[in-house]
Design a protein around this ligand. Structure first.
Ligand code: S3P
Length: 443
């Protein structure tokens, strides 16, 4: 478990491209495997989570190939043609991977056993099993609804009208994917709109998906079951959740100007950019365009004096993975930043709310928190730093504290560099290319 240390950087400059979007990458492999014909994916994230999904799709019978030019192809078998895997499917750290796959296999007449690492094995799975049981699927889980889980897919699934009790794109997507091999119409009511990559990609592959706004600001999504999905090319945008780290670093390190190219700016994902601009960040979006059906743009960020704000709870779903690095930005702002409606952070790869409170406090920042909120008192300057952070198998906690270490008086150490490979292979080299000083340490 190699440790990494970040120390104060003088200036960040340059133009970079961060790896492909994790959400889009998982979905492209899964839908490619259900489509008839060959799907070519350009820009697939080659992080550990997505590689676990690639291996799972192979185990379920799809032919998944990485080519020398970095593109991937999936030779799909058609809806209903997934095979029983010969062994247990180990999804590692990948919450999106396992939850969406549970939906995918739920309406195939096959039995699958899913497992994962220590982080994934403590994350709640009842949220997906509940709605999927209504299709006729049976689950056997460890006590508490935890992995390992055996899924016995329904041989004669019945369509489901599911009302979401959590604001989760993963749960919505699991239901929609189960609806693919189900006759009739499957529908999901979401009182809070969440990322819509599954709906967009289903349409791209030829399925009929109808999305309608609800009076309470939510959405209803309906899918007509058993469509013929046709293989389609996918261009994966750069991941805004990965761009968040160099973006915030550029705002905080003095004398900086960083361009991040072709970042996916789906409005249901871009809440961090809006929030940072509300705090006074100098971020411009250039070359707005549509690539592979998703809005993208180049983000240009310059060193900025930030002010604390109240982050509206309605924005939480559109930046749920970005609160850790936002709380780092808040630590250097002038005034207090209040983040509410963020209870979901407690059930991510780690309890991210607790991780940020503990780590920021150890670095000399005053933080208050409750079950679903956090307040950070900005120091209007560099925090003391000097702490070693246990990242607890959480990639985004690891990268957030490395960004903090770029602007603290004393270096910040994270205990597990390997966690970063989940979503952002090449993070350290890319950041150091801009001017950060992140390196291995023996401490
Ligand atoms: C994801 C949805 C989010 C997010 C995760 C990726 C997805 O989880 O935290 O990193 O690809 O659908 P929830 O939908 O459970 O909040």
């Amino acid at each position: 478990m190699p440790a990494l240390r970040a120390q104060a950087a003088k200036s960040l400059r340059g133009s970079i491209r961060v790896p492909g979007d994790k959400s889009v990458s998982h979905r492209s492999l899964m839908l490619g495997a259900l489509a008839v014909g060959e799907t070519r994916i350009t820009g697939l994230l080659e992080g550990a989570d997505v590689l676990a999904t690639a291996a799972a799709m192979r185990a379920l019978g799809a032919e998944v190939t990485r080519h020398d030019d970095g593109t991937w192809t999936v030779a799909g078998r058609g809806i209903g043609a997934l095979q029983t895997p010969s062994g247990v499917i180990d999804m590692g750290n990948a919450g999106t991977g396992v939850r969406l796959l549970m939906g995918l296999v739920a309406t195939h007449p096959i039995t699958c056993v899913f497992t994962g690492d220590a982080s994934l094995s403590r994350r709640p799975m009842e949220r997906v099993m509940g709605p999927l049981r209504a299709f006729g699927t049976r689950f056997t889980a460890r006590d508490g609804g935890l992995l390992p889980i055996t899924v016995e897919g329904a041989a004669d699934p019945v369509p489901v009208a599911a009302e979401m009790t959590v604001a989760s794109a993963q749960v919505k997507s699991a239901v929609l994917l189960a609806g693919l091999n189900t006759p009739g119409e499957t529908s999901v009511i979401q009182h809070v709109a969440t990322r819509d990559h599954t709906e967009n990609m289903l349409r791209h592959f030829g399925a009929e998906v109808i999305t309608e706004p609800l009076p309470d600001g939510g959405v209803s999504v309906r899918l007509i079951g058993q469509p013929e999905l046709k293989a389609a090319d996918i261009l994966v945008p750069a991941d805004i959740s990965s761009a968040a780290f160099p973006l915030v670093a550029a705002l905080l390190v003095p004398d900086s100007e960083v361009r991040i190219e072709a970042v996916g700016l789906n409005p249901l994902r871009a809440g961090l950019v809006e929030t940072l601009i509300d705090m006074g960040a100098d971020i411009t979006i250039e070359n707005r365009r549509t690539e592979g059906g998703e809005p993208v743009g180049d983000l240009v960020a310059k060193t900025s004096a930030l002010s604390g704000i109240d982050v509206p709870p309605a924005r939480a779903a559109s930046m749920i993975d970005e609160y850790p690095v936002l709380s780092v930005a808040a630590a250097l702002a002038t005034g207090t930043t209040r983040m509410t409606g963020i209870g979901e952070l407690r059930v991510k790869e780690s309890d991210r709310l607790a991780a940020m409170v503990d780590g920021l406090t150890a670095c000399g920042v005053v933080v208050r928190s409750g079950e679903d909120w956090m307040e950070v008192d900005g120091l209007a300057g560099p925090p003391k730093g000097g702490a070693e952070i246990a990242v607890d198998l959480d990639h985004r906690i690891a990268m957030s504290f490395l960004v903090l270490g770029c602007v603290t008086e004393n270096p910040v150490v994270i205990d597990d560099a390997d966690a970063i490979g989940t979503s952002f292979p090449g993070f350290v080299d890319l950041m150091n290319g801009l001017g950060t000083q992140i390196g291995e340490t023996n401490t």
